[in-house]
Design a protein around this ligand. Structure first.
Ligand code: 13P
Ligand code: SF4
Length: 315
């Protein structure tokens, strides 16, 4: 079957089963095009909560499927490839984090959504890169905070708010590889380009960026910008939507070096059109979590959605 035939089949099975496809901006273009909704982690969590579909097929990585399941315990949540994990989520194991947390008994825990359901149960509020700054700002200045698992996003929030959150030492293997040194070289080669970066990049890259934001925020920034050329410091999947929205603008993916154009997240890119079809037809790979785990992990996610609504970040 060619891609068009697979797409047609996916649409037919989706209709027959009353399924919805949610896809992250880091998915391959074909999957983004077949999705009912594309978004960043925050928007996708919100969509997962609102859907009336019986089956949610989440094209992203495992923790995103888990989040959808936590918000929809009665629905079937499936992902195309059970091995699509996340280096950031994997850097924070339950028992290690429990021990870490115990060292700071008077701190509250804010966890980036890129973590396992178990880590969510140890958290007071979940955040995404689309609301981390505002959520932290909304808390009293003297509130002591542990931020996990992304030290780069946490460090960025610390610098922007003047807080001193205790950071878990985790990072994203894709963003972590980008260096300020090579990014500056790319800037020098493209002096007319605006540098936009995801907050999972390290401090040195963020410091030289013209704009820092979640994938959705980066797209919004570009869509509203009068500039015509952009250096994009995040996973390469975002380029598809940027080009779709802005066919007249030029996008250059920031890479780690001249010889390595490896800005693909190997987990996100495990999902293929064939796997999406297989997933829908055979209703696999199902995310199943115990009721107890769901109950405990749901609380900090709902808190995030509530605060985000109160602050007007989402509707
Ligand atoms: P956002 O979806 O919040 O932009 O985060 C990107 C990411 O790393 C997802 O894995
Ligand atoms: Fe995890 Fe990084 Fe891949 Fe996002 S891009 S899923 S944070 S490894």
């Amino acid at each position: 079957m060619n891609t068009r035939e697979i797409s047609e089949k996916i649409n037919a099975v989706k209709k027959e089963k009353n399924a919805i496809i949610l896809a992250h901006y880091y998915q391959i273009p074909e999957i983004q095009d077949i999705a009912d909704y594309i978004g960043d982690s925050l928007n996708l969590a919100q969509k997962a909560k609102e859907t009336k579909a019986d089956i949610i097929l989440f094209c992203g990585v495992h923790f995103m499927g888990e989040t959808a399941k936590i918000l929809n315990p009665e629905k079937k949540v499936i992902i195309p490839d059970i091995n699509a994990g996340c280096s950031l989520a994997d850097s924070c194991k339950y028992s290690d984090f429990k021990e870490f947390k115990a060292k700071y008994p008077d701190h509250m825990v804010i966890s980036y959504i890129n973590c396992s359901a178990e880590i969510k149960t140890l958290s007071d509020i979940i955040c995404t890169s689309g609301n981390a700054l505002q959520i932290v700002k909304s808390l009293p200045e003297n509130q002591k905070i542990i931020f996990a698992p992304d030290k780069n996003l946490g460090g960025y929030v610390n610098r922007m708010t003047g807080r001193n959150m205790v950071l878990w030492d985790g990072s994203c293997e894709v963003h972590e590889l980008l260096t300020a040194e090579y990014t500056i070289k790319m800037k020098m080669k493209n002096p007319d380009a605006v540098l936009i970066a995801h907050p999972e990049c390290n401090n040195a890259v963020l410091e030289i960026a013209d704009f820092v934001g979640s994938t959705q925020a980066m797209i919004k920034y570009v869509n509203n910008s009068k500039n015509r050329k952009f250096l994009v410091a995040t996973e390469s999947g975002i380029i598809h939507q940027l080009v779709k929205d802005n066919p007249d603008k030029e996008f250059i993916v920031v890479t780690q070096s001249e010889t390595c154009a490896c800005n693909d997240c190997r987990h996100m890119k495990l999902n293929t059109m064939e796997k999406v079809l297989d997933s829908l037809e055979n209703e696999r790979y199902e995310i199943s979590l115990s009721n107890d785990l769901i109950k405990k992990a749901e609380k900090p996610i709902l808190k995030m959605l509530d605060i985000s609504k109160q602050l007007g970040i989402i509707k």
